[in-house]
Ligand binder design. Structure first.
Ligand code: ACO
Length: 378
């Protein structure tokens, strides 16, 4: 059975309760109808029930009746959610009035409160909201997975360069969340991105390159003329590698490495001889969000790679962010992909991946190309 079919079968046999807080939005409601028809998830739609029913009728959606609809304006649990939210955010100065306003007027906060109080397993949003607006309630309410303090986002890049990564598949983090991570946060991003590579991309042995513009001391940090201190760019990556070695000794992690030394064996032999990661990296950890976000989009747009994600990692429950340019299929498949459809988010569990979900890069690429064909063929 191929990976996509396995994921569908798993989703159907272990149904998750997923909140769609932007349910009145057309692509979201259409994707919800298909997910309900295929029995992929138990959906909780947040929105005006009248509007949802009218839209469903207008667009010929026959399965919306199977979903639970939560009307934020007339919600019998509003007060309970407001009290709990005010309590959670008390130290941050949130009043009960502010909490009431959030759970009745901001569906993303309401969705996170439904998850927090055990009413749902995860949330998918972003068709209408920016990444920041999608992430903020999740970070404030759902918080990090145990042992993690830095949430980040990974992208699966399915490239044509079969000699690199895992048969052309590369996992890159962080491309979505933390603008300028510290060395400690970078080490955590290495760990959680390796977990994503393992559990979502089926990489049984992640080789993690901590990227920089220097390879093993080939360049040095400049000194800031005003402060007289190092600008702490290359050194930050070196420190992150040292922290990762100490905290996660089971990981194959090395750096600082340039991208070519990470991926190309011939370059690695010259620039980083003896490195266990150089020349065979399948996980790339970038030094900051600018590099990650720009880098993956260049690989996608100029290199023709298929980019899947961002898959949020390190958060206690799966809350996934869609692009505002997403299609109905994007939302539908987000519901099926393990990054979104699992009850637990990617959390530190150094377990062996079940062979049921192991996959070669080419199988994985083929399956995701199928997804792309479905997306763009419509
Ligand atoms: N991990 C864990 N918790 C975090 C993180 C993180 N990376 N970042 C912020 N938080 C927590 C804070 O500790 C804070 O918690 P508290 O209020 O309980 O103390 C809470 O989240 C809110 O943090 P703020 O700093 O007040 O919120 P901010 O407005 O800075 O928002 C956010 C955080 C949304 C993640 C922000 O850093 C951001 O916008 N990041 C960039 C997102 C983005 O635009 N990505 C690019 C597009 S995605 C794409 O193209 C694939």
């Amino acid at each position: 059975m191929d990976l996509l079919k396995q994921i569908v079968a798993r989703a159907q046999s272990d149904k998750q309760r997923i909140v769609l807080p932007e349910a009145e939005e057309e692509r979201t409601l259409k994707a919800a109808d298909r997910a309900l028809q295929d029995g992929l998830a138990d959906l909780i739609l947040i929105g005006d029930p009248e509007n949802i029913r009218r839209e469903a009728e207008e667009w010929g959606l026959k399965h919306i009746g199977k979903a639970t609809i939560v009307d934020p304006k007339h919600n019998p649990r509003s007060e309970e959610y407001a009290e709990k939210l005010a309590e959670l955010r008390k130290k941050k100065g949130m009043t009960i009035e502010q909490a009431r306003k959030l759970v009745t007027e901001n569906n993303l906060y309401l969705g996170c409160m439904i998850i927090k109080t055990g009413g749902a397993d995860g949330q998918i949003s972003g068709a209408l909201s920016t990444t920041g607006d999608t992430l903020r309630p999740a970070l404030q309410i759902i918080k990090c997975a145990p042992g993690i303090s830095c949430v980040s986002g990974a992208m699966l890049l399915l490239t044509h360069e079969k000699a690199m990564g895992n048969d052309g598949v590369i996992v890159m983090g962080d491309v979505a969340v933390t603008p300028n991570p510290t060395a400690e946060q970078l080490a955590q991003i290495a760990f959680t991105t390796a977990q994503t590579a393992h559990s979502v991309a089926g990489m049984t042995e992640p080789f993690i390159a901590m990227l920089s513009y220097s390879t093993k001391g080939s360049a040095k940090d400049a000194i800031d003329k005003q402060t007289g201190k190092s600008v702490y760019v290359i050194d930050k990556v070196k420190d992150a590698v040292a922290i990762a070695h100490e905290k996660y000794p089971e990981l194959h992690v090395d750096g600082e490495l340039q991208a070519d030394a990470s991926l190309v064996p011939e370059v690695a032999a010259k620039k980083a001889p003896g490195s266990i990661v150089a020349g065979r990296a399948n996980v790339l950890v970038v030094p900051n969000l600018e590099v990650g976000n720009i880098g993956y989009k260049l690989v996608q747009r100029l290199g023709g790679a298929v980019a899947i994600g961002p898959i949020l990692q390190g958060i206690a429950r799966p809350v996934n962010d869609l692009s505002r340019g997403c299609s109905v299929d994007d939302i539908y498949y987000m519901d099926r992909l393990p990054g979104a459809g699992r009850k637990e988010s990617i959390i530190p569990q150094p377990t062996k991946l079940s062979t049921q979900y192991e996959n070669t890069g080419s199988q994985l690429r083929q399956q995701f190309y199928q997804v792309q064909v479905l997306r763009y063929g419509r």
